[in-house]
Write a protein that binds this ligand. Structure first.
Ligand code: ZN
Ligand code: ZN
Ligand code: ZN
Length: 124
């Protein structure tokens, strides 16, 4: 296995075993110097394309990554809710909470950014 393949499976493992979404900085920290910034960035981009993870922006505008649980390689659906804590900054996926949007038929949704801000269970 090449270094990139090892890095990719390690990053995916970190994201999949985390109960919350992780930022690039947190992932880099957990990689303990085995991959540089640019490599991690490229791997994250690839994992998003391969429908393994999805991108969510928290209340502070920081991009976080979370594992895809109900996506397949052909369909990516992220109509679920995200909760962004204003105190600890943690971002949680709520896969079972989806929002049923009623838009005019000529509007095409390309991306969902459904994020609610407030206090998480630990901070409330
Ligand atoms: Zn997905
Ligand atoms: Zn919190
Ligand atoms: Zn999510």
């Amino acid at each position: 296995m090449s270094r990139n393949t090892v890095g990719k499976s390690k990053i995916l493992e970190i994201i999949q075993s985390s109960p919350i979404a992780l930022s690039h900085a947190t992932i880099q920290e957990q990689m303990k110097g085995t991959c540089d910034r640019v490599t991690i960035y490229r791997i994250l981009e690839r994992l998003v394309k391969e429908n393994e993870i999805h991108r969510i922006v928290n209340v502070n505008g920081v991009v976080n990554f979370a594992a895809c649980k109900s996506c397949s390689h052909s369909s990516h659906h992220h109509d679920h809710l995200h909760f962004s804590c204003t105190t600890c900054g943690e971002l949680t996926c709520f896969e079972d909470q989806s929002v049923d949007l009623k838009l005019p038929s000529n509007f095409i949704i390309q991306e969902y950014q459904l994020t609610v801000a407030g206090l998480c269970g630990k901070c409330s």
